[in-house]
Design a protein. Structure first.
Length: 326
């Protein structure tokens, strides 16, 4: 349920009304937008007396939010959310933010070399996996804690903020001061225990859409994190599984438009995992930008042929340079 307040309602009035509402055992979430003030009600709103609330002279309207996602819902927060990964690196504003780097961190030379290249081409965030969720237990699993240290070194060498995937809630402490943004990968989009724990941190979360998950399920996963108190979420469309085999996944670009309509959270597109083929990455990156994506996540490797993970979809620094000139 959301309560739309009249223009010019004071903060004191909103606070007083919020306290009054919370007596019905729901959480009142006031949001002050540009020209709009809404109070979002989260929880079981069955007991809330709508007629009594309408008697408040400052209440313009009360609407029931049908969708199961509330905090992530644009009705709760009419303006776009801008999520700051690091000072000056804001996702959801006017500027398209490019996150780039190898699928996995392989060595100090590799990660620093790639970081410098992508930075020179305008990337604002360095990506790189330390813990890799692989389909086969015999595939390279990542450098783990050493990978985190190397990402941190690359950050020290370039000042680029770092995004890296977290797979286990028990790792949160060791990730905390080694990265600027936790990536929740497609395979963990519905790892609800992980989502709940991330909700108790204040770090930015890049939440990727699961391989076979609907847009609504993606938003419900965001809601899990937000319900814990962390509203710093960036959604990521990275392709979904369909019957098509020429590409690794099928890039659902319509998700960008639908997500922007349903939610205030910024949306990033990952054309690398979506296509699985390096030569398709550029056109899909440009298409993502054209349909309003707030950012791009692109895999770049100094030597894709010998990459330990996802070489086929990784761009060389020269190919990335070409995409960046786009
Ligand atoms: C990755 O970013 O390297 C990754 C594993 O992505 P996804 O979870 O989208 O497959
Ligand atoms: Mn990858």
């Amino acid at each position: 349920m959301i309560i739309i307040m009249k223009q010019g309602t004071t903060h004191e009035h909103v606070d007083e009304l919020s306290r009054h509402i919370e007596r019905w055992n729901v959480k009142a979430n006031p949001i002050y937008g540009e020209g709009t003030i809404v109070i979002g009600l989260v929880g079981d709103t069955g007991a809330v007396d709508k007629d009594a609330l309408m008697l408040d002279p400052q209440v313009e309207n009360i609407i029931k939010v049908q969708e199961p996602f509330k905090l992530a819902n644009r009705k709760f927060h009419p303006d776009n959310s801008v999520v700051e990964i690091a000072p000056g690196v804001a996702v959801g504003g006017k500027k398209l933010v490019v996150m780039a780097g190898p699928c996995s961190v392989e060595s100090e030379e590799q990660i620093i070399d790639v970081a410098k290249h992508v930075q020179a081409d305008g990337a604002a965030v360095l990506r790189g996996g330390a813990w890799k969720p692989r389909s086969s237990p015999y595939s390279f699993q990542g450098l783990k804690a050493e990978g985190l240290e190397l990402l941190h070194k690359a950050h020290e060498a370039t000042a680029l903020p770092v995004v890296t995937e977290i797979t286990n809630p028990a790792h949160i402490d060791i990730f905390m001061d080694k990265c600027d943004c936790f990536q929740v990968g497609a395979r963990n989009m519905q790892n609800f225990e992980l989502l709940k724990e991330l909700g108790h941190t204040n770090k930015v979360i890049l939440l990727k859409r699961g391989l076979a998950n609907t847009i609504k399920e993606l938003l419900m996963s965001a809601e899990y994190i937000m319900a814990g108190g962390n509203e710093n979420i960036i959604l990521c469309e990275r392709g979904i599984r369909t019957f098509e085999t020429y590409t690794r996944n099928t890039l659902d670009l319509s998700a960008v438009t639908v997500l922007h309509e349903l939610s205030h959270l910024p949306v990033v597109v990952d054309p690398s995992h979506a296509t699985g083929v390096a030569r398709y990455v550029k056109s899909m990156a440009l298409a993502a930008a054209a349909c309003g994506a707030d950012g791009l996540m692109i895999e770049v490797h100094n030597d894709p042929k010998h990459a330990k993970c996802d070489g086929a979809q990784s761009l060389t620094p020269a190919q990335f340079d070409d995409v960046a000139k786009g």
